[in-house]
Design a protein around this ligand. Structure first.
Ligand code: NAG
Ligand code: NAG
Length: 506
């Protein structure tokens, strides 16, 4: 068929492809394709999920001017170009606005619209995630995951080619196994197109957390479960299945797959070792789950009805067409391990020393003699100096402690009220006694970074990374740049969230 010359040329190309493929590894979606169950949605802010994918991974929007920019891999098949984000977002805040579908099906995720539950952002939408909440490295290259605080969610109600009805699908995701809670529902996967609960079996998503209202596994959680609507399932039984273990790795691989009267939960350490099988059997026999009535929308960080009390961190995940084989999933797990997820620093800027007493001085032109102070449980800014009364000097002094919820960040204990900490309650700061609860610890943990106005530190909440220490009318808030509260006002935001840290007055 071909003239001799062309046949030789084709042979040379084939040889060079063989040579290339011997040192280029396949991405997760190449592996799913080889297994006959191709990805129909592929989301990863950390890396390309196909060996040949060089398109956008996600879009960020910055607070200073509302401009957007796409973040792509460093090279085809590679880790995200985090330096591009850092440059684009320098001296301001950035939100993740779109998580692109790499599969070619156009199943991008964007800010979740209101469902049965109304979101906290304007027009009832859910919040968007900070672009810097979940830094990691993959094979030594910095990247960012999607840090979902309560109220945050992404969705696509018009997804194409995802499983509907009782069609088979596979799902996997990589999460932060230390970031979860017991509220509904940190999910990734298949959900209702309406944003409403339309009944049992209308969802099939991976859930991660320690909510105990539905199913549970062994121990106290967190667990990988399947959100099948009106039930988080840890196995055949609607309530407890001891085969589903608590899973506490820093990086967790989670897989759920479902087909005609069969489904499975698998999981493991995303940084080493194989997947284990936590359930592999028939559908639950509660009414409505066999056959399933999947609707094919895609959610991240929320429930199918837009319940948004949950938290968690997502790095990458996919949905397939067809029921992936165990071998295919095992190969995907090996690929995730080879990507070498490791932690990256959560803090930056002038260093804070654990155990030292500090003061925090405002840098906004109005207020450069004012310091973070408490009056009883109220936290405000007041004019303080070395000649102030001793009581006021103590009220304006804070002991730096290791972060109560995350040891990479910090908590701030009152000098004059030992064991009481700066926390935010509905984003208003108060001084509160450490009651030992996870909720208080999270509300008391903050991660400093270089000041957004170039001075000192900006200090963001660990659990709400869009929110920073901000003085507004001389009261201290955990404020986001341009959010719905008055104290989120973008005017003078960078100045109001930048603080000079010096030695405490007492
Ligand atoms: C969701 O349910 C509510 C009532 O609970 C209804 O008003 C609304 O129209 C439904 N939304 C959709 C998109 O079906
Ligand atoms: C899951 O069950 C199927 C059907 O019984 C079986 O072929 C498969 O090997 C099982 N997988 C695991 C990992 O146990």
């Amino acid at each position: 068929m071909f003239p001799q010359l062309n046949r030789n040329y084709a042979w040379a190309i084939a040889l060079s492809l063989v040579a290339r493929s011997s040192h280029v590894s396949a991405g997760p979606c190449d592996i799913y394709s080889s297994g006959g169950t191709p990805c129909v949605a592929a989301h990863g802010t950390t890396r390309a999920l196909y060996n040949s994918y060089a398109g956008p991974l996600y879009q960020v929007k910055r607070g200073s001017d509302g401009a957007t920019n796409d973040i792509a891999p460093l090279h085809a098949g590679g880790v995200a170009n985090a330096a591009h984000q850092d440059t684009f977002c320098a001296g301001t805040t950035c939100l993740i606005t779109i998580i692109y579908d790499q599969s070619g099906h156009g199943n991008h995720l964007s800010q979740a619209s209101p469902g049965y539950f109304i979101g906290p952002d304007s027009h009832g939408y859910d919040n968007l995630a900070s672009a810097i909440g979940a830094p990691v490295t993959l094979n030594g290259e910095k990247a960012y995951g999607v840090f979902i605080s309560p109220g945050t969610g992404y969705r696509n109600n018009a997804a194409k080619d995802t499983a509907t009805g009782d069609e088979a699908e596979g799902l996997y995701a990589v999460f932060d196994g230390t970031h979860y809670n017991n509220r509904c529902c940190f999910d990734y996967g298949n959900a209702e197109v309406s944003g409403n609960d339309t009944g049992n079996g209308h969802m099939e998503a991976i859930y991660f957390g320690d909510l105990t209202a539905y199913g549970t596994g062994a121990g106290s959680g967190p667990w990988i479960m399947a959100d099948l609507e009106n039930g988080l399932f840890s196995g055949f039984n609607a309530k407890n299945n001891a085969g589903d273990p608590s899973i506490i790795y820093r990086f967790v691989s989670a897989a759920v797959k479902g087909g005609a009267n069969k489904w499975a939960i698998r999981g493991g350490n995303a940084a080493s070792g194989p997947l284990s099988t936590f359930y592999n059997g028939t559908r639950p026999n509660a009414r409505g789950y066999n056959p399933m009535s999947k609707e094919g929308a895609i959610i991240l960080g929320i429930g199918g009805d837009n319940s948004h009390g949950s938290q968690g961190t997502f790095y990458e995940g996919v949905m397939t067409s067809g029921y992936p084989s165990d071998e295919t999933e095992n190969a995907v797990q090996a690929n995730i391990v080879a990507a070498k997820y490791t932690i990256a620093p959560l803090t930056g800027g002038p260093e804070l020393t654990v155990g030292s007493s500090i003061s925090l001085r405002a840098t906004t032109a109005c207020c450069t003699t004012r310091y973070v102070t408490h009056t009883g449980s109220t936290v405000n800014t007041q004019v303080v100096s070395s000649s102030s009364p001793g009581a006021l000097k103590k009220q304006a002094s804070w002991i730096v402690r290791t972060g109560l919820a995350n040891s990479e960040c910090f908590s701030f204990e009152s000098v004059d009220t030992p064991s009481s900490f700066l926390i935010h309650d509905n984003f208003v700061f108060v001084l509160r006694s450490n009651d030992g609860t996870k909720a208080l610890h999270e509300a008391a943990t903050f991660c400093p970074q270089p000041g957004l106005n170039g001075k000192g530190n900006s200090i963001r909440s660990w659990s709400y990374p869009t929110r920073y220490f901000r003085h507004y009318n001389n009261v201290l808030y955990a404020a986001s740049n341009g959010g719905v509260h008055k104290f989120d006002n973008p005017a003078s935001f960078n100045d109001d969230v930048s603080w000079v840290v010096s030695a405490g007055f007492a």
